[in-house]
Structures are given as structure tokens and as C-alpha cells.
Design a protein around this ligand. Structure first.
Ligand SMILES: NC(=O)C1=CN([C@@H]2O[C@H](COP(=O)(O)OP(=O)(O)OC[C@H]3O[C@@H](n4cnc5c(N)ncnc54)[C@H](OP(=O)(O)O)[C@@H]3O)[C@@H](O)[C@H]2O)C=CC1
Ligand SMILES: CCCCCC(=O)/C=C/[C@@H]1[C@@H](C/C=C\CCCC(=O)O)[C@@H](O)C[C@H]1O
Length: 347
């Protein structure tokens, strides 16, 4: 007879799903954890155990297209715990869009973002692996490519960044100021978030839109007008910035979070765009997926050379806390890039 220790271990993953269609800002009761049995690995597969899960606003926009009951998408860093794929050896840390789940069987294929073993300096812990979801992941890459490939500002020109205390915004402000030499004005909701950015440098002036008039402040800080706008929010804030832009100014449309929870998406003032002959370019960081490793090396060199203040992401504890942390994004409560730490004993 087979003793308990001889029988194959049954592995189960915990998976956050969407139990109801989101209406407006999601609520905790819209989410539900299910348990999935993990099948035995087939050739070419590996088993990855979540270590850090990234909390991303984009998920609110894409879940509208998913059926109720779907697993929630998302990016994570996971540790390979079993492998039948030599490119993903046991012990390696992997970046992948596996979703809000504890265990994943994967083949290394590109999902919504590339799946890859983290570069050596993260895998050998010269830099904490969670940076692979912040400076050296989608937020840092979106900031880097949005500035260097879309806006291409010149030294001394004036550039505005919205949600400047957010995951992408704080890196965009720092790269614009410290690497590209722009005059940087950051917009955020509250003074404590403005202070958080100022303490890290990379910003000349901040505007707290909950307490201040954005147009009035922009006219004060940029009397000669705004040349570039790195926009993560859209809506009213974007239109305020547009009204202060110079002719032929350029906007990098990175995100539009002000509209993600609404039925009607946020709109830019088209008359302003026409009259000033502004250029608006939307982008997805995956456009440059073949250059991600080059850009990650570049961002790492800014860290090693102390050219940027490269603090780690903001950690939230526990797999259970993911929906709460997600909801906080839409209430302006987060500061910096938030990642959830998944405890190793979660299942
Ligand atoms: N194009 C691309 O490839 C990528 C785009 N993105 C986009 O970039 C943006 C920033 O992402 P990320 O840094 O991860 O997240 P953030 O941390 O910037 O997102 C949360 C913040 O957004 C702001 N916010 C929330 N609701 C509103 C609202 N109704 N109006 C105005 N501001 C609001 C708040 O900041 P505050 O307190 O300042 O109001 C909040 O703290 C998002 O729009 C995201 O979708 C992200 C990654 C890649
Ligand atoms: C429809 C609204 C577009 C908003 C722009 C934006 O935020 C795009 C971001 C993606 C980013 C998503 C990051 C995390 C979510 C991953 C979930 C998943 O897709 O599986 C990344 O995918 C590259 C950008 O295009």
C-alpha cells in the first residue's frame, strides 16, 4: 500500500477572480479567491511561485472586457520551484503576466508582456528582485521609453508629469530632470505625495490639484509655457495642462486613469490640440519589447551611478491584501509603485 509520503504531492494555487462586474471604483466584494489544482509538469514547462505581485491600474480598464468569474490578470515576479525547461531553471526569478495567483505552470511564452528570467544583477540580489516590477520593470520602462522615444525633450525645456508620485510618474520626473535636464513640474493630489517626490529629487515644482488651481500654478511655475506633457491621468487635469502648453508642444499619452472607472472615457480638449498644433502620441511600453533588456541595463546603470533616487517599491503584505491595494490606487492613496509580498507559506 502507498504510504502518504510516497504519494505525489497535490499542489494547489490560490487565484483572485472577478466575482462581479466592476461598477465605478471596484469594491472588495467584487473579488473572490478560488483554489485551482496544479497539474504535473509536461516537457518544456516550469512551476513558478509568486514572490511579488504588481498592483496596476491598467487592470481596471481591461477587466471590463472579461467575463465575470475570470482570473484577474497582472504581472508578478515568481521563483521557479520545479522545471522541465532549461531556460527557466529552479531558483531563478521570473517576470511574467501570470495574474493575481500564487502558483503558475508556464512555458516561457510572451503573454501580455514578455516572460523572462530577471537579469543577473536582480537574480543574484545585487539589487532586490522587487525592483524588477518598479524601476527595472514596466513602470521604469514606460517612463524611459515615453521620454526618450516619444517626447524626446531638450535640456532646459519645461515638462509636466501627472500622477507624479505614482509608479510611472516618479520615474518619469526623475529621468526628465536628472538625466535629460528638463525643468520638471509634477502634479499630484495631495501635499504629502508632493513631499514624497521632492524628498527623492527630480522635480522643480509640484502642484497639489486637490488644494490648488492647476492652471494658476502652471502659469506661475512656467510663465513661458509648457513644452511637453507626460500624461498618466487624462481628463480635467490633462485639459488644464493643455491650456498652458506652447504651440507645437508634445503629449505622451501613457495612461488615462481618471477615466478607467467611468463608462465615458476622459477626453482631451480637441480645439486646444488643433489651435496649438499639439502632437499627442499614445504608447504602450510593449512597443519596444525587443529593447527591454537594453533599457533595463540603462536604468540599472542610473541606479549604480547614483544618477537617480532608486528606492525600492512600496511593499504591501499578503496575498489577501491585493484587492485592497488595487482599490487604493483609484482613491489616490498609494505613493510610488505598490507591490504585494506573497508569503512563501501562502498555500
Ligand atoms: N502605456 C503604458 O505602457 C503604461 C501605462 N501605464 C499607465 O500609467 C499610469 C500610471 O500607472 P502607475 O504608475 O502604475 O499607477 P499610479 O500609481 O500613477 O496610479 C494611481 C494614482 O493615479 C492617480 N489617480 C487615481 N485616480 C485618479 C483620477 N480619477 N484622476 C486623476 N488621478 C487619479 C492617483 O495619484 P494622485 O494622488 O496624484 O491623484 C493615484 O495614486 C496609469 O494610467 C497606467 O494605466 C502604466 C504602465 C505602462
Ligand atoms: C486600456 C487602457 C490602457 C492603459 C495603458 C496602460 O496602463 C497599459 C499598460 C500595459 C501594461 C500593463 C501592466 C500591468 C497589467 C498586466 C495585466 C495583463 O495585461 O496581463 C503592460 O502590459 C504593458 C502596457 O501596455
Amino acid at each position: 500500500m502507498e504510504s502518504p509520503s510516497d504519494s505525489p504531492k497535490i499542489l494547489k494555487a490560490r487565484v483572485w477572480t472577478m466575482s462581479k462586474r466592476f461598477v465605478g471604483i471596484p469594491e472588495k466584494s467584487d473579488f473572490h479567491i478560488i483554489v485551482e489544482r496544479i497539474p504535473a509538469l509536461k516537457t518544456g514547462e516550469y512551476l513558478a511561485k509568486a514572490v511579488y505581485i504588481s498592483i496596476d491600474p491598467h487592470i481596471r480598464a481591461i477587466t471590463d472586457e472579461l467575463p465575470v468569474g475570470s482570473a484577474i490578470p497582472g504581472i508578478q515576479i515568481a521563483s521557479v520551484v520545479e522545471s522541465l525547461n532549461e531556460k527557466f531553471p529552479v531558483g531563478a526569478y521570473v517576470h511574467g503576466a501570470f495574474g493575481w495567483r500564487t502558483l503558475t505552470v508556464d512555458k516561457g511564452q510572451t503573454r501580455s508582456v514578455p516572460t523572462y528570467v530577471l537579469p543577473d544583477y536582480l537574480n543574484d540580489k545585487s539589487m532586490e528582485v522587487s525592483y524588477g516590477l518598479s524601476l527595472l520593470g514596466v513602470p521604469g520602462l514606460a517612463a524611459y521609453f515615453g521620454l526618450t522615444e516619444v517626447l524626446k525633450p531638450r535640456r532646459g525645456e519645461t515638462l509636466v508629469v501627472s500622477s507624479v508620485a505614482g509608479g510611472v510618474g516618479n520615474f518619469a520626473a526623475q529621468i526628465a530632470k536628472k538625466i535629460l535636464g528638463c525643468n520638471v513640474i509634477g502634479i499630484t493630489s495631495r501635499d504629502n505625495k508632493a513631499k514624497w517626490c521632492k524628498d527623492r529629487g527630480g522635480i522643480d515644482q509640484t502642484i497639489s490639484y486637490m488644494d490648488q488651481d492647476v492652471v494658476e500654478q502652471l502659469n506661475k511655475f512656467a510663465p513661458e509655457g509648457v513644452d511637453y506633457y507626460f500624461d498618466t491621468v487624462g481628463g480635467d487635469i490633462a485639459n488644464s495642462v493643455l491650456s498652458c502648453m506652447n504651440d507645437n508642444g508634445k503629449i505622451a499619452q501613457c495612461g488615462a486613469i481618471s477615466g478607467y472607472c467611468n463608462d465615458v472615457p476622459a477626453h482631451l480638449n480637441q480645439l486646444e490640440i488643433i489651435e496649438k498644433e499639439l502632437k499627442v502620441e499614445g504608447f504602450q511600453v510593449t512597443r519596444w519589447k525587443d529593447r527591454w533588456f537594453e533599457a533595463i541595463d540603462q536604468l540599472y546603470s542610473y541606479h549604480v551611478g547614483k544618477r537617480m533616487s532608486t528606492y525600492p517599491p512600496v511593499y504591501a503584505a499578503g496575498f489577501e491584501s491585493i484587492p485592497d491595494e488595487f482599490i487604493r490606487l483609484f482613491r489616490s492613496f498609494n505613493v510610488g509603485k505598490v507591490v504585494v509580498i506573497v508569503p512563501s507559506n501562502v498555500l
